[in-house]
Design a protein around this ligand. Structure first.
Ligand code: SF4
Length: 371
């Protein structure tokens, strides 16, 4: 297949970068082809990736093992993209930090960094806005703008790590990576941007990339059945999370319009096929909303519909969103729900709504920033 670099280089930069290629976000075969096109040996591509993703250089002049002539070519024809941190808020309750990034075209996306013992999880966005329109979600309310590129997805992690001091130091030493786990659970439906997400995940996981183990990367979906099947066919160990949030089609269609196209039975079947094919447990995300889906009957139903599916349930008490009337249930009610699941032998940790004081639910900071 002839790779079309030009499409991805339709750089959104306006300050003289229009004709340059972003070398971030390219897979090894793509970079090899570029190197050959520029009259270089293809092995330069691998070397370049190691400089970009392991040593985290942002300036070609730092690549001391390349000849001056080749560095000149790189400077003339390419650039290394990064994101601009527009806003950053740290929770006073835990260390959860929310980042608002500005993209080259002025659009904004969010990422969240969460700490849990020795685990540092980065929750990244995959789209600007989202077309799925979930009733409880700030991003869903603001509509869809565009897909993110693979480089914009991976740059969320790399920009945060650079900000926290990761990368190459003045003395040449490379400081340790910061992020241990990645969840594609921020703004957007990852499977609606399948190609770029697949590429970004390869770069996160690959030996020449960020080297984050496949089992430490999780893609969360609202339930796009054909894409779940496509993902299953890949046979990787990347984790899958399903945002379920209801136990009957009537309620789920009200909360998540995607359910009208892909009802619960079909989604759960596709997820079960994935779990059995790759021998992994599905993560079921269930946001508990006061007096909507948090009753004991809902808990019993949840056990019933998940029966036979290798899965664990993450219970999340709803993070209130300005302008949306849903409320967070009382802790006692959450506990009753959790206990009912535990009685049916479901591992169902109640995920602490991290950074509740910094509006950590998806899309809230962006909405706030845009007024
Ligand atoms: S919850 Fe996820 S899928 Fe639903 S609207 Fe928000 S970002 Fe989109």
């Amino acid at each position: 297949m002839q790779l079309n670099y030009e499409t991805n280089t339709t750089s959104l930069y306006t300050d003289g970068m229009e004709d340059k290629i972003d070398l971030k976000g390219k897979l090894l075969p793509e970079l090899e082809e570029i190197m050959v096109k520029w009259g270089e040996k293809s092995y330069r591509a691998r070397q370049l990736m190691l400089w970009l993703y392991h040593k985290r250089v942002t300036d070609f002049e730092e690549i001391t093992s390349f000849s001056k002539a080749f560095r000149k070519v790189l400077n003339e024809k390419a650039y290394v993209s990064h994101l601009k941190i527009l806003d950053k808020i740290k929770s006073s309750l835990d260390d959860t930090t929310k980042y608002l990034f500005e993209l080259d075209d002025g659009n904004k996306v969010e990422s969240v960094l969460m700490y849990d013992r020795d685990r540092v999880t980065c929750c990244v966005s995959t789209q600007v806005g989202c077309a799925q329109g979930c009733a409880f979600c700030a991003t869903g309310k603001s509509g869809f703008v565009r897909n993110l590129t693979a480089s914009e997805i991976i740059n969320q992690i790399m920009t945060i790590e650079a900000e926290l001091g990761g990368g190459i130091r003045a003395d040449g030493a490379v400081t340790p990576k910061v992020v241990t786990n990645v969840v594609l659970m921020g703004m957007g439906e990852p499977f609606a941007n399948y190609e770029q997400v697949e590429k970004a995940v390869s770069l996160m996981n690959g030996a020449e990339g960020l080297m984050i183990a496949a089992r430490k990367i999780t893609i969360s979906t609202s339930g796009l059945v054909p894409m779940i099947r496509k993902f299953t066919a890949k046979g990787t160990q990347i984790g899958l999370a399903l945002s379920l949030n209801a136990t009957d089609d009537k309620l789920r269609s009200r909360l998540m319009p995607v359910n009208r196209k892909y009802p619960i039975k079909d989604v759960l079947l596709a997820c079960k096929e994935w779990a059995l094919a790759v021998n992994r447990q599905l993560t079921v995300e269930y946001i508990l909303i006061k007096n909507v889906n948090d009753s004991l009957t809902h808990a019993k139903e949840l056990c019933k519909i998940l029966h036979g599916i290798p899965s664990k349930v993450n219970l999340i008490a709803y993070n209130p969103v300005e302008g949306i009337s849903f409320e967070r249930p009382e802790p006692e009610k959450v506990e009753i729900f959790r206990q009912r699941l535990a009685d049916s032998h479901f591992v169902a940790p109640v995920r602490i709504s991290r950074g509740i004081d910094i509006a950590a639910a998806c899309g809230q900071l962006r909405v706030k920033n845009q007024g």
